[in-house]
Write a protein that binds this ligand. Structure first.
Ligand SMILES: NC(=O)c1ccc[n+]([C@@H]2O[C@H](COP(=O)([O-])OP(=O)(O)OC[C@H]3O[C@@H](n4cnc5c(N)ncnc54)[C@H](O)[C@@H]3O)[C@@H](O)[C@H]2O)c1
Length: 366
């Protein structure tokens, strides 16, 4: 049995709720503690998710005394200190993405992670979307031929409403970059996961960004404050073999889509359809002229046991939480470990720099 503690119950999106839904489908897990800096949130989550074995903790230290592993779901700026504290206390850590506000701040964690021998995982959980598993398989098997380019777009509509107050994610001090890091972290992870084996690692990035709603009401009611990180970021990356990836991250309106174009055909993913892809074959001597065909993801790719949920979004959190718990129980490595978290964070740093200087940035790490 693995005793898990939830840190940061949720006040805006409340991603902790997805962690809980994932854990509840894993028989080896007991959620034994919840801690939120807003104390009433912990009790509210215990009630809302019917966490019968969980204690609403008064402090983080108290939570650490009740668990073997933590799920850190706080604003980005607190990820690092909470992670280090958990590792020092000998706990396994699942930390939400992005790893922190910037890579420099994250790097000291690696030292604690390595010496702890604990499982350390970053919440880059979109890899568990069945359509992405299938897209990767098709690319690896050469079904799309030589990859030409990739286009991804991700974000949300909630913040398009100017009445949404000035949240932590709109302040650089608490979040680092905005949409660029929030949605960019997932997109950079997925784009690289899909094509690195055939196109090589990213070698160059460029970014432009903008703030669309510059002023918002403060949460505490004391007037308004400035949004100081991006609502929308448009960026591109080029790999070692010259394949271009093009991205839009937007929190003021966006569809979730991924398109991969290759010499053998193209594949389209629509975030609303995580169990299928659309495929169009390419005429070897012409264009993408074949019929657009909707193909279901083969169930054997994701129906690995009877607990796998079939709801969009819940399924990828289930796979992430299961990978974390399996690693704790078996010692197996996790794919999105802290090194991966720092790699993605360094790419975000480069985008942030590019958006400020207007320069394209060479990437000399992988
Ligand atoms: N994986 C995904 O798809 C995904 C989606 C949304 C958010 N996230 C990430 O999850 C994290 C949380 O985002 P959210 O939208 O759920 O935030 P949220 O605002 O809904 O919840 C954060 C909670 O943390 C609490 N908190 C703040 N500081 C704390 C501290 N020091 N100790 C304990 N609790 C503290 C707040 O009171 C709040 O209840 C962020 O890092 C975000 O990037 C990931």
């Amino acid at each position: 049995m693995v005793r898990v503690g939830i840190v940061g119950a949720g006040n805006t999106i409340g991603i902790a709720g997805m962690h809980i839904q994932g854990y509840k489908r894993i028989p080896e897990v007991k959620i034994t503690a919840v801690y939120d800096i807003l104390r009433e949130r912990s009790q509210e989550y215990i009630h809302r998710f019917d966490l019968k074995d969980a204690k609403a903790c008064e402090s983080y230290e108290e939570l650490l005394g009740e668990v073997d592993a933590v799920s850190i779901c706080t604003p980005n700026a607190y990820h690092i200190e909470l992670t280090i504290q958990a590792l020092k206390a000998g706990k396994h850590v699942y930390c939400e993405k992005p790893f922190g506000n910037n890579a420099k701040e994250c790097e000291p964690v690696l030292r604690y992670a390595e010496s702890s021998g604990k499982v350390c995982m970053i919440g880059l959980c979109y890899r568990g979307i069945p359509a992405y598993m299938y897209m990767k398989k098709l690319i690896d098997e050469g079904e799309l031929g030589e990859i030409f380019y990739v286009r991804q777009s991700q974000g949300g509509n909630r913040i398009a409403n100017p009445e949404v107050k000035l949240e932590w994610r709109m302040q650089e001090e608490l979040s680092g970059p905005g949409a660029m890091a929030d949605f960019g972290s997932h997109m950079l992870d997925i784009g690289d996961m899909l094509i690195r084996d055939c196109a090589g690692p990213i070698r160059e990035v460029q970014c432009m960004s903008t703030i669309c709603i510059k002023e918002r009401k403060k949460i505490n009611g004391s007037g308004t404050g400035a949004v100081d990180n991006d609502d929308v970021a448009s960026f591109s990356a080029k790999t070692e073999k010259g394949v271009l990836l093009s991205y839009t991250a937007s929190r003021i309106g966006s569809k979730h889509t991924t398109e991969v174009y290759g010499s053998g055909g193209c594949a389209f993913f629509d975030g609303k359809e995580p169990f299928s892809l659309q495929i169009q074959k390419k005429d070897p001597d012409g264009g993408y002229t074949g019929d657009l065909e909707t193909v279901k993801v083969p169930e054997e790719l994701y129906m690995i046991n009877e607990n796998v949920p079939k709801q969009p979004f819940v399924i990828n959190f289930y796979f992430a939480m299961k990978e974390f718990i399996d690693a704790i129980e078996t010692g197996a490595p996790v794919v999105t470990d802290f090194s991966r978290g720092i790699y993605i964070q360094k790419l975000i740093d480069a985008l942030w720099e590019s958006s400020k200087t207007g320069n394209s940035i060479n990437i000399d790490f992988q």
